[in-house]
Design a protein around this ligand. Structure first.
Ligand code: PBG
Length: 338
C-alpha cells in the first residue's frame, strides 16, 4: 500500500475537524459548560456608609460598606450568581485578631445585612481566618515569632461559630492550621449548628498569587511569611494528605487554591474524594489577566472564560472568582457556554 493510501485511510477513520466545523457542532460536543450558578463572588466588606472603594491592585473590585451589600447582592443575583464569599476589613486590629469573632464584627454585620436583603436566595460563604484581624497580619496568634497552632485553632472555631450564628451557610477555614476542620465541626455542633457546612481550603499553597488580595484586605504579614503553615507549592502528594485529613475531620467540601497553578490538584481531589470540589481563582490570577488585558496583550473575556473552563475541566464543580459577575454576563450573552 502506498504512503498516500495509508494516509487517506487514517483520515477516514478520524478527522477531528468534522466536529469543529460550525459553532453549533462545537456547542453540541462541548465537554465542559460553565453556568453562572457555579460561580462564587468574593466580596470585601469595610466600615463606613455609602462606601464603594475600588481596590488598586484589583481593577473592577471594590471594598464595600455594609449598607452597599444589598445592592451588590441584587446585582449578582440578576446575573445568575447566587453565592458570595465574604472577607472583612475591621475597624481595629489586635494581637489575637478578636475582630474575627466579635458578635458585631464586620463580616457578622455583613452577613446579617445580606440575609435581611436577600434571604435564602443567596448562599453566604464566610472565610475563617485571623490574618485580616491581627495587628501582625499572620493567620493566627503568635508565640514568639511563630504561630501557635492549637491556640489558633480554638479561636478559629470560635470565629466559625460566630459567623454561623450571624447566618453564614458555609464556613471556609483558610488558615492552614492542623486540626482546624475538626475543631470547627465540633464547635458548630456544640453550638447547635449541625447544619452549617465546612468548605475546607485543604490544599492551600504558599502562593505568590495572593499578592493583590493582601492589599485588598490589608492582611500582609508584618514580618516573615506564611510558609510555616501554608503548603510548599512544589508538593502534590502532601496536598492529597491534607485533603484526606480534612475530609476525615468532617469537611463537607474541598477548595483548591490557587487554581490555575494547581489544576493537577483539582483533578486529583476530584478523582480521590466524593465531596464537592471547588477551585479558587485567586487575586493574582485575576489581576494578571486584567493587567495584560489593559495593555492589549490578552483578550480579557476570552482569557477569563478559558481559565474558568480549564478549572471546570480539571474537575471543579464550582469556582470562586473575581470574574464571577462579569463571567456570568458573558455566559448569558453566549447562551450558556462556549
Ligand atoms: C486568608 C486568605 C487569603 C486568601 C484567601 N483567604 C490570603 C492569604 O492566605 O494570604 C487569598 C485570596 C486571594 O488571593 O484572592 N488567609
Amino acid at each position: 500500500m502506498s504512503v498516500l493510501a495509508d494516509h487517506t485511510t487514517a483520515l477516514r477513520l478520524h478527522r477531528g475537524r468534522r466536529l469543529r466545523r460550525t459553532p453549533a457542532l462545537r456547542a453540541l460536543v462541548r465537554e465542559t459548560r460553565l453556568d453562572p450558578a457555579m460561580l462564587v463572588a468574593p466580596l470585601f466588606v469595610r466600615p463606613g456608609h455609602g462606601v464603594r472603594e475600588e481596590i488598586g491592585s484589583m481593577p473592577g473590585q471594590h471594598r464595600l460598606s455594609v449598607d452597599e451589600l444589598g445592592l451588590e447582592a441584587e446585582r449578582l443575583l440578576a446575573t445568575g450568581v447566587q453565592s458570595v464569599l465574604l472577607f472583612g476589613l475591621p475597624e481595629t486590629k489586635d494581637a489575637d485578631g478578636s475582630g474575627a469573632w466579635a458578635d458585631d464584627g464586620i463580616v457578622q454585620s455583613a452577613i446579617t445585612e445580606l440575609r435581611r436583603q436577600a434571604g435564602e436566595e443567596i448562599a453566604i460563604l464566610a472565610d475563617v481566618c485571623l490574618c485580616e484581624y491581627t495587628s501582625h497580619g499572620h493567620c493566627g496568634v503568635l508565640r514568639g515569632s511563630s504561630v501557635d497552632n492549637d491556640e489558633t485553632v480554638r479561636l478559629l472555631a470560635r470565629t466559625a461559630v460566630s459567623l454561623a450564628e450571624a447566618g453564614a451557610d458555609i464556613v471556609a477555614p483558610s488558615a492552614m492550621m492542623d486540626g482546624q476542620v475538626a475543631a470547627i465541626r465540633a464547635g458548630l455542633d456544640a453550638a447547635g449548628l449541625p447544619e452549617i457546612a465546612i468548605l475546607a481550603y485543604a490544599a492551600k499553597h504558599a502562593s505568590a498569587f495572593y499578592g493583590p488580595f493582601r492589599e485588598a484586605a490589608d492582611s500582609a504579614p508584618a514580618f516573615g511569611d506564611r510558609r510555616s503553615y501554608q503548603m510548599d507549592a512544589a508538593n502534590g502528594r502532601e496536598a492529597l494528605r491534607e485533603m484526606a485529613a480534612d475530609v476525615a475531620e468532617g469537611a463537607d467540601m474541598l477548595l483548591v487554591k490557587p487554581a490555575l497553578p494547581a489544576l493537577d490538584l483539582i483533578a486529583a481531589a476530584r478523582a480521590q474524594t466524593d465531596v464537592p470540589v471547588a477551585a479558587y481563582q485567586v487575586s493574582g490570577e485575576y489581576s494578571a489577566i486584567c493587567a495584560a488585558a489593559e495593555r492589549g496583550w490578552l483578550d480579557r473575556r476570552a482569557a477569563a472564560l478559558e481559565t474558568l473552563a480549564a478549572m471546570a475541566r480539571a474537575g471543579a464543580g464550582f469556582i470562586v472568582t473575581y470574574f464571577a459577575a462579569e463571567a456570568a454576563g458573558w455566559l448569558r450573552e453566549e447562551g450558556g457556554g462556549r
